[in-house]
Write a protein that binds this ligand. Sequence first.
Ligand SMILES: Cc1ncc(COP(=O)(O)O)c(C=O)c1O
Length: 394
Amino acid sequence: MKPDFLNHQAQTSPHPLAMEISHANGSYIYDANNKAYLDFVAGVSACPLGHQHPKVNSAIKDQLDKYSHVMVYGEYIQKPAVELTKLLAKHLPTSLQSTYLTNSGTEAIEGALKLAKRATGRSEIIAANHAYHGNTMGALSVMGYEDRKQAFRPLLPDVKFIEFNNEDDLSKITTKTACVILETIQGGAGFIEPKNNYLEKVRKQCDAVGALLILDEIQPGIGRTGKLFGFEHYNCIPDILVTGKGLGGGMPIGAFTASLELMNLLQDNPKLGHITTFGGHPVIAASALATLTEITKSNLIEQTLKKEQLFRKLLVHPLIKEIRGRGLMLAIITPSADITNALILKCQDAGLILFWLLFESKAVRITPPLTISNAEIKEGCSKILKILDEIKST
Ligand SMILES: Cc1ncc(COP(=O)(O)O)c(C=O)c1O
């Protein structure tokens, strides 16, 4: 199928991995030759319960047998979306009780930016260097990498950038600022955590000038870092929380959550302040509800930190300079991009799926399903060490 894949399915990477998939189950993906690959990537943090989780699959099938798409977003009362947003509210602070469901993370970012502008009547948006928030025009405007967006300019006006973790930059947040948008843990940049109570300080400055704080938890959210939401580690509650990826349990989703008072502003001036045909889709919402229920009822989140310790204990090698991140959002930093590329490609040949981070060429992504077992972690890590030995000896 490779020629058809390359000729008909539009590609934006000159070198896609092009593995032909047959099926997937638990922590394994199988190619067309039925070769098993241990999955240390989980669809880029999007499959927290692994592949074909029985509770998620039966929720999807049950909903499909009842009804699928019946109406555009928000008109009809559809149980999966109502229960999902209610369950999110149950696990969030009282200031974050109303959720708008979208079709992707980037679309949720668009909604969050619009809400911040609408709520403050201001236009300035402050984002961080090296940030990634998605690929639509608004999300691209707040991406902190000029070379990836230059070709698409003009983008949103009035976007300014600060350095993540640099307190001196906080004075750039002023009474002109509608919102500050940050990833709770910077992903594409190389899994960079906030340091020295940085997020608390951003929160304080936003409060002082009346700007809203948007935290993008599309990657760290839904249990990956040892808490249901990353912000719980940092004593900083955003005005608007953006989630996605893992929330869908392998299905396409995004969500932005705020107070009811804030969210109700999208009802007028103009009315229909954010609309979508498929957001809140019942089958997707059923998958997300089953996923969130399982993650919040099981001990998967606390196990995440134990699994992190196991990874850190096992992954000791002269070519591993550092392991960044938290929980099961980890990145191996090798001495060079060439070593990183060799490791990822050779591991794929050896039946282990690893992947790159968007903007840190020395980083190797390790974001397995939260359901990964200790035995599977050991199996994957021993492959990584063996291949690093081979790379070192060449
Ligand atoms: C932090 C962050 N924000 C936004 C997005 C965009 O989400 P989506 O790809 O679902 O549009 C991603 C996806 O990688 C992400 O990691």
